[in-house]
Design a protein around this ligand. Structure first.
Ligand code: FAD
Length: 393
């Protein structure tokens, strides 16, 4: 890549709103990404390869289950955890997705709904990156409306037998354990979570190929045919659709910060490029008003997004956050990041479509981020329901 190196994005002294610990966590994650992910990510993206060699170093830095306490986890605040996801996604949304799934969608439900035995078995190993997880909620025919899921669990003696299909599952084929959400036939179809070891007979994961987005992340379809698990694999504290939605809230929160990271990467690259690139009268393109308008729009929206997600993080740390707050942060910040990626791509002209620069990769990644964990429009409806009291789904 030409001599463009990330310099940080802070227009209004945002850093002064962070405490010393938060800045230290952010700077440590930033350096890790700069030294370890940035040099290899374009190759990974081209090859459609998940950089598995980074799992252990990320574990050593406490990135997995970072905001959980005990079991070897780092016990970070929610703001600190958010700053880690910001830096991860500044590197790549696919790598951030891997960490989000491991932390928010697998370790969190084990932590929140699991038995002591389940916690002791899985959490220390997952924190160390020795065991990987995936989260199976979406099905081929049911995405935005997971309540319609067809996957079923039936109690047979001291076992549950699971049958169903899950689709678009991050880390599906590299996971040691899958958190599978299923309706339990003997409990009037109540949704419950199960820990399914992926080497159980009847469990199959096939990768989805041909993705133009999140290419450095593994995405799979899962098939469960008469998969038998002991009754001790049921997450005992799970019950009803609110359980997976609680997990999604954790992950959406991390995405809200992550999107800021992707936007910062695009903006800073476009800004530096615009000062170097000359067109007409040997002037940098940054001297043209129309280019400045794009840069001003981006720094304006990034700054608002930083403030929004920091306040949501402060509410979360104070135990006062509500799901509609997280929906607003996810919806706004991912939209903002996608717009920044498009404007930055435009500023780079033809160079914007090549992987000498990170922008097109971020742009394509963010299309998935806009869709998963509740689409942009589903979050519109969540905010709408919150302010009107009327459910419009
Ligand atoms: C790369 C990637 C990784 C993923 N990883 C995971 C994972 O690890 N685990 C997992 O369980 N899932 C995962 N997903 C799935 C993701 O959560 C779903 O794609 C998402 O929930 C949307 O579902 P869908 O794709 O079926 O779209 P649909 O639900 O079919 O929606 C299609 C369109 O219809 C709109 N729409 C739907 N209902 C309404 C409505 N009531 N009003 C207005 N508009 C509506 C949507 O907003 C969208 O624009 C992943 C997806 C991708 C792309």
């Amino acid at each position: 890549m030409p001599a463009i190196k990330f310099r940080g994005v802070d227009f209004i002294g945002f850093d002064a709103l962070l405490n010393d610990d938060e800045r230290l966590v952010r700077d440590t994650a930033r350096k890790f990404i700069e030294d370890n992910l940035v040099p290899i990510i374009e190759e990974c993206n081209r090859a459609g390869r998940f950089p598995r060699e980074l799992v252990k170093p990320m574990a050593d830095l406490g990135f997995f289950g970072a905001s959980l306490n005990g079991y070897g986890c780092a016990g970070m605040s929610n703001v600190e955890y958010g700053l880690v996801t910001q830096e991860l996604e500044r590197g790549d949304s696919g790598v951030r997705s891997f960490v989000s799934v491991q932390s928010a969608l697998v370790m969190y439900p084990i932590y929140a709904f699991g038995s002591d035995e389940q916690k002791n078995t899985w959490l220390p190993a997952m924190q160390k990156g020795e065991k990987l997880g995936c989260f199976g909620l979406t099905e081929p025919d049911l995405g935005s409306n997971p309540g319609g899921m067809r996957t079923r669990a039936k109690k047979v003696g001291k076992e549950y037998v699971l049958n169903g299909e899950k689709m678009w599952i991050t880390s599906g084929s590299i996971a040691d354990v899958a958190v599978i959400w299923a309706k339990v036939e003997d409990e009037e179809d109540r949704v419950r979570g199960f820990l399914v070891e992926t080497d159980r007979p009847g469990f199959k994961a096939d990768d989805i190929h041909g993705k133009w987005s999140l290419r450095a992340s593994v995405t799979s379809g899962l098939s469960l045919q008469d998969v038998r698990v002991p009754e001790s694999n049921l997450l005992p504290g799970s019950g009803g659709l609110k359980s997976p939605l609680m997990c999604l809230n954790q992950a959406r929160y991390g995405i809200s910060w992550g999107a800021v990271g992707a936007a910062m990467a695009c903006y800073d690259c476009a800004l530096q490029y615009s000062l170097l690139r000359k067109q007409f009268r040997d002037q940098p393109i940054a001297s043209h008003q129309l280019v400045q308008e794009k840069l001003a729009w981006m720094i304006n929206e990034i700054t608002k997004a930083q403030l929004l997600v920091l306040q949501v993080g402060r509410l979360k740390d104070a135990g006062k956050v509500q799901h509609q707050h997280i929906s607003m942060a996810k919806r706004n910040n991912v939209w903002m990041a996608l717009e920044c990626a498009r404007l930055s791509r435009d500023i780079l002209g033809a160079n914007g479509v090549a992987d000498d620069y990170p922008i097109m990769r971020h742009l394509m990644n963010l299309e998935s981020v806009k869709t998963y964990e509740g689409t942009h429009d589903i979050h519109t409806l969540i905010i709408g329901a919150s302010v009107t009291g009327i459910d419009a789904f």
